[in-house]
Each structure stands twice: as structure tokens, then as C-alpha cells.
Design a protein around this ligand. Sequence first.
Ligand code: 8YV
Length: 317
Amino acid sequence: MKAEVLQLSPILIPEINARLNELYTVRPYFQQADKAAYLREHGANITAVVTGGHTGITRAVMEQLPAVKVIAVNGVGTDAVDLAYARDRGIHVTATIGALTEDVADLAIGLLISTCRGLNTADRYVRSGAWPKSPTPLAPIPLARQFSGMRVGIVGLGRVGRAVATRAAAFGCPISYTDLRAMDDVPYTFVQDLVELARQSDALIVAAAADKAKGIINAQVLAALGAEGYLINVARGSLVNEPDLVAALQTGSIAGAGLDVFVDEPNVPTELFELETVVLQPHRASATVQTRTRMGEMVLAALAQGLAGEKPTAAVA
Ligand code: 8YV
């Protein structure tokens, strides 16, 4: 008999879905209108879970899965999984560590360039048909801020933070970072205090794990970043105090923001929709065919190993 897998978020690669459905009886929890009833009906037979990084799994759901052996996160963040509870129950939790580093770093740089060079504003200008009507074509659009050479401050120098640093350094950007400790294997400047890092940076790129850092990008940090400064977030919305960020953007106390993640996805503070200084993405940093295929392969491997009673190679707990 096939093992039963509870699926909490979709997988967007058809080949991975096909293999998942070939190997297992997949229970698509994310598609159910009455999730509680679905869990009552199937919870006892579930031996594995597939979920997304942002979705995770609540302890309440885990409690209704008495036979679960492995929770495979199709993502790198495990902040939405109660790891301590999983550990207590001997449930393996896996993540796609390393699979999405390059894509997330690419998007961070892409967002920064889009934001400081006003790419979206200029795109809208061209599409609106306004260009031929203007006697001096680019006059209605303010001159942009140069990216090359910007002082870039990275919040969290893990895999993604380091990949961002490599990219920004190639654009001639001096790199500083903050993390729990200074790292001796990088040529970048460690700044212990986040407010100080913001003060010394033209752009702050958030790439930290969200577990213990809720709301660290707050009014004080944004004030230190200043009216010429940009904020980029490709990590988790919860790292940012969103009302503080909205206020800073509305009053121009920072220059702009490029955001892929939000506190209450898919709900984005609607005030941001009005602002030309903001570039918004619907949590898509890892959403390329290549990366999502690699992530899917890792999820399949984790399920196979966990269900065979082995500790999965990609286990984080
Ligand atoms: C994914 C993420 O969008 O890796 C993570 O933690 O949040 C994202 O890369 C998500 O996990 C896709 O399911």
C-alpha cells in the first residue's frame, strides 16, 4: 500500500507532481474547504507531509498526525515549523538547503536595481504611451540612483547573504554585514549593531533567518538608513515592522524598497500600491523552473528516506 502524504502547499513542477502522485497517495490539504474535517478523515493515516517554507505546519496540525515520520519543507526557511515539538516526537523535518541560494540572491540584486533605477516606473511610463507625447522624453521621470558602488549592508550573512555579497561586490559595492558574530572567512566589514549598519549603508538587504528576529527592521533602523537609503527584503516579512516601513516610505524618510516577502502573505499593505518608490513581488525569489525542480527532487528524496526510517540527508531536525 502507498504511504499517505499530506500536501500543505502546491508544487509547481508537473514532473515532480507526477512522481509524487505515482509514489504516494497524496492528500491535497491546501485545496480543501473544510480542512478540519479533512484532517479528521485522513490524519491518522498520514506518514509524511510536504509543505512550503512560508506555509510550514502548525503544531495543532502536527498533533493530528500521530503516524507522521517526516515533514519535507519545499523551501529553506523552517521558521513556520515547530522544530522543538517535531524533535520531541522524533519527526524528521527537512529543507531544501542550498537549492535556492543563487535565485534568491539574484532576485535581491534585481529588486535593488529595479528599485533604485526606477525600472517599474519607467516601464509603466512607456506602456502608458506617454513617451512620444513628451517633448523631452525622460523629463517626467526623476533621474535614478546609481547602483554600482552603492554601500551595501547585508542583514544575515548565511548562504543567501553571502551570494548577495558576491554579486554586489562584482558591481563595485563595498559590503558590510551584521550577524550573530563576525565571520573570519569573508573580506566584508562586520558591523555588530543593526542601526549602525543601516547608518553606514545606501542599501540594506535582508537575508536573515526569521526564527528569532521578528520586527528587527523598525523605525529606528529605517531612520538610520535615511532618505537616500533603500531596503530590500527577500527573507521573511516578519523581520520587518511593516507599519514602520509603510510610514518611512510614505514620508520619504527612506528612498525606496524592493519587497518579495510580507508579514501576512498574500495580503500586502495597500498603502504600498500607491508608491512609485516601491517594487513588489509575490514571494517569488525561488520561483524558477531550475530551482523549483531541484527543490522538488530534494523533497522527493527526503520523503523516500524519511519513510524508509532513515534520517534524511536534508534533515534540519
Ligand atoms: C518558497 C521560501 O517560495 O525557501 C523558503 O523558505 O519561503 C520560498 O523560497 C517556498 O518555500 C515555496 O514553497
